[in-house]
Design a protein around this ligand. Structure first.
Ligand code: SAH
Ligand code: SF4
Ligand code: F3S
Length: 489
């Protein structure tokens, strides 16, 4: 085997070593006469959803998708900057793509998404490893940028918009099971949590026209989809009024007391829930500072709105929350959890994100995160150790002073605790019967189906006569910390 191939296969394997949310690769949809586009996406669900918008924009320019990078005319890497490890993974993939390009000279490589915004100059000039750099608000411009490259130029657009929501673009569903789909309802973030790079990479928060959201949900339902997930960095601050789609402008109008009809997240959720009782509705992410009882009451009113809330705490200590600029404290967070339990009951799924070893965090403050977990008993959590991001408020203001081994030890304590509660919460479900939307076959066996219940728990059961896309009533008789095992009634 040549050095190059060995190198490629090594880098290829790195793909499995992905930070947090995983990686998604486009499927084969290219038809005769179309040029082939390979898209690989990293990061959060918003990024995966954006790749579907990109595929749609490129389809108009006569590109079909492929799952094989070695077959592609155009390669897009939709990137994530959230932690250093995520960026390192992407850099390794870029190296691999460049090795493929050496064998396939006409191939064009583009970096999209959050790293594009952060590292434009470096990627284009210093490292000379990409032809196109396009930020999250520049995807309508991609066909033009590709043309520029075809004409011998580099294609660049990292302009962040205050208005772009891609409301009129009907996404090409990549990696679709034909049953569940994402719908972006807003873009950007105005929160400025001190550790977070997202406000810099995705720009100002803006909400999408609710009519276009409901129309997209209807279209999906008519095509046979059974579940939609409404996406935004902070869905509870969704706000929209006719002709006034700008949060700052809306706030001014509200202050003046002018009469405008404003659609908030609770209203939007209700509008989507009314598309059909057979269309399940989920949403993510809820910011504790903005999650209202009004939203919880709408959830309680509609059976098809799933009883599950991703409510990232980040820390259980009020001083740490303060310097994280989360704008709530431990008591406020606990109050929101109590409201969920009061209005939606003990069975409502709750999950969190936690950061271990944020700047200046003491052992006692770390213990507060563990005791918050004891209080809430999360069904599951995404857990990280702090990774300083250049340009963020924390990077400017605080020293990243917790040693790596301490961060890792605190993280493993958080993970161990979560595993205990995941198991405990699943054990509570033994003997109960849940309505499960079947999403496909179990990873381990074709004789078993797999789906999720309303609380977002994965349920596996023998298939009998059931098929993906159907609902089944499943009685749970066993569990692991990750899965409920049962029997369809
Ligand atoms: N908008 C969501 C979070 C999006 S980022 C919210 O406010 O909850 C997803 C998660 O990544 C965050 O919740 C946080 O736990 C983690 N994260 C973000 N920046 C990080 C950093 N610099 N180091 C470690 N984890 C980080
Ligand atoms: Fe980042 Fe905070 Fe915005 Fe979430 S709410 S994306 S953590 S700045
Ligand atoms: Fe990553 Fe950007 Fe999402 S930084 S987590 S892809 S918003």
């Amino acid at each position: 085997m040549s050095e190059l191939i060995k190198d490629i296969s090594l880098v290829k394997d790195e793909k499995k070593d992905v930070d947090a949310c995983g990686v998604r690769v486009s499927e084969n949809t290219a038809e005769q006469g179309q040029r082939k586009l390979y898209i690989e996406s990293y990061g959060c669900q918003m990024n995966f959803s954006d790749s579907e918008i990109v595929a749609s924009v490129m389809k108009e320019a006569n590109f079909g998708t492929t799952s094989n990078v070695e077959d592609a005319d155009l390669v897009f890497l939709n990137t994530c900057s959230i932690r250093d490890k995520a960026e390192q993974t992407v850099r390794k993939r870029l190296k691999y793509f460049n090795a493929v390009k050496d064998k396939r000279p006409g191939m064009v490589i583009g970096v999209l998404g959050c790293m594009a915004e952060r590292l434009k100059e470096q990627l284009l000039e210093e490292e000379k490893i990409v032809d196109i750099v396009a930020g999250p608000d520049a995807y309508r411009d991609l066909p033009k940028l590709v043309q520029e490259v075809d004409g011998g130029e580099k294609g660049v657009n990292v302009f962040l918009s205050r208005e772009e929501t891609y409301a009129d673009i009907s996404p090409v569903r990549l990696n679709s099971n034909g049953i569940t789909a994402f719908i972006s309802i807003m873009r950007g973030c105005d929160n400025m949590c001190s550790f977070c790079v997202v406000p810099f990479t995705r720009g100002r928060e803006r909400s999408r026209d609710p009519h276009s959201i409901v129309a997209e949900a209807k279209e999906l339902f008519d095509k046979g989809y059974k579940e939609v997930t409404l996406l935004g960095q902070n869905v509870d601050s969704y706000k929209w009024a006719e002709e006034q789609n700008n949060k700052a402008r809306l706030e001014k109008i509200e202050k003046k007391g002018d009469e405008v009809e404003i659609v908030n997240f609770a209203n939007l959720l209700e509008m989507v829930a009314q598309v059909s009782p057979d269309l399940r509705v989920r949403f993510s992410t809820s910011h504790p500072k903005d999650m209202t009882d009004e939203v919880l009451h709408v959830m309680a009113k509609y059976e098809n709105i799933c009883k599950y809330i991703h409510l990232p705490a980040q820390s259980g200590n009020s001083r740490v929350l303060d310097i994280m600029n989360r704008t709530y404290d431990r008591e406020w967070y606990i109050g929101r959890v109590d409201a969920i339990r009061r209005i939606l009951g003990e069975d409502c799924g709750i999950s969190s994100d936690m950061i271990a070893g944020f700047c200046t965090e003491t052992e006692e403050e770390h213990q507060d995160t563990l005791t918050l977990m004891d209080y809430v008993k999360y069904d599951f959590s995404y857990m990280f150790y702090y990774s300083e991001r250049p340009g963020t408020l924390a990077a400017k203001k605080f020293e990243d002073d917790i040693a790596l081994d301490v961060k890792k030890r605190r993280l493993s304590e958080i993970i161990n605790k979560q595993n205990e509660y995941s198991l405990e919460r699943n054990q509570r479900d033994i003997g109960k019967t849940f309505k499960v939307l079947i999403e496909g076959y179990s990873k381990r066996s074709d004789e078993h189906l797999q789906g999720r219940n309303t609380a977002n728990k994965v349920v596996v059961f023998p298939k009998k006569h059931y098929k993906p896309g159907e609902y089944a009533e499943v009685k749970v008789h066993d569990c692991t910390s990750a899965t409920l095992l049962g029997e369809a009634l």
